[in-house]
Ligand binder design. Structure first.
Ligand code: SF4
Length: 312
């Protein structure tokens, strides 16, 4: 089981460019609600009674701007679990103990979308100075797609400790609805794969790793191994509303989570496109979205991209 742990949604980058594409609303990004560490402990113990906890993704909001006491207590608790933890940060505070004292089984990811993101130059300079290995996560939006992959990859090659780079898919959500669909994302990733293979930089391109995992069926596209814990101490999952907007759906209990995850499988195994798809259960979807018009829009599992990669 992967736990996405969100102790806060509060973010210091909430009034800049990031908010134009962030899946959290302004209200959430401005909320100072903070999940007490005692509640995190209780919830993780509860989760471990039902599932084997393999990995924690820790993000907000922005974790590194929380009070020093809170950060230290959280580090101490998460370290004691001996489970891999990935901290995702905007790197506005490289002095955070999460970064200066990164524990052995923790990894670090920096969200950076080049000019599509607030303070991109300052954050780039901070990434250049990092003394620990890290990965860069970029969001595949319309603006990010307007940048030349040559330029972006050349910049990333100037980061001495960069270990990997990944472009995440953008989903329209309850806060913003950019017109950048599945097919646009597929074209974006194709351009980056071609350029990455030409340049052969010294870091991994995770999107290629995921494509390989899809083809050898080691990647799962089901949501039955991924749950979120919100700042309000609620279990939740990422879901789409009737208008196709991504949002956090609150889940009352782990029983309800198991039922919801099963209903996802039931739904997509009878979907006319998915049920005949060779990648069912292993495609690139982070959470499956109903397919409205495959020929026009493609699908959230990015079947066209997988087909392209397989034959190239
Ligand atoms: S790739 Fe698309 S069609 Fe295939 S299973 Fe995934 S969502 Fe369904």
């Amino acid at each position: 089981m992967i736990l996405s742990l969100n102790p806060t949604y509060f973010c210091n980058f909430r009034s800049g460019k990031c908010a134009e594409t962030c899946y959290l609303t302004q209200e959430q990004l401005s909320s100072v609600q903070l999940l007490p560490i005692a509640s995190i402990k209780e919830r993780i113990e509860e989760l471990q009674t039902r599932f084997s906890l393999e990995h924690i993704d820790l993000y907000g909001g922005e974790i590194t701007i929380l009070s020093l006491d809170y950060q230290l207590e959280l580090i101490a608790y998460l370290s004691s679990l001996n489970i891999p933890v990935n901290l995702i940060t905007n790197l506005s505070n490289p002095e955070s103990p999460f970064i200066t004292h990164l524990p052995r089984h923790f990894t670090l990811s920096v969200s950076w979308d080049y000019k599509a993101r607030q303070a991109y130059q300052k954050v780039f300079e901070k990434m250049q100075k990092l003394e620990v290995g890290f990965s860069v996560l970029s969001l595949g939006t319309q603006e990010f797609a307007s940048f030349d992959p040559d330029e972006v990859l050349a910049l990333l090659m100037e980061l001495p400790k960069l270990q990997s780079f990944e472009i995440k898919p953008y989903n329209q959500n309850q806060s913003n609805r950019q017109s950048f669909g599945h097919k646009d994302y597929e074209k974006l990733i194709q351009r980056y794969i071609i350029k990455y293979e030409e340049l052969n930089p010294g870091f991994r391109f995770v999107n290629i790793d995921l494509l390989k995992m899809t083809l050898d069926k080691t990647k799962s596209s089901w949501s039955d191994q991924h749950i979120y814990l919100t700042p309000g101490n609620e279990w939740s999952v990422l879901e789409f509303d009737q208008a196709g907007n991504e949002y956090f759906k609150k889940i009352a209990s782990l029983d309800e989570y198991a039922t919801w995850a099963q209903s996802e499988k039931d739904c997509y195994t009878i979907d006319p496109h998915c049920k005949i798809c060779p990648y069912l259960g292993h495609c690139l979807s982070e959470h499956l979205k109903p397919i409205d018009d495959f020929n026009t829009n493609g699908c959230s599992g990015f079947k066209n991209l997988i087909d392209w990669y397989k034959t190239n």
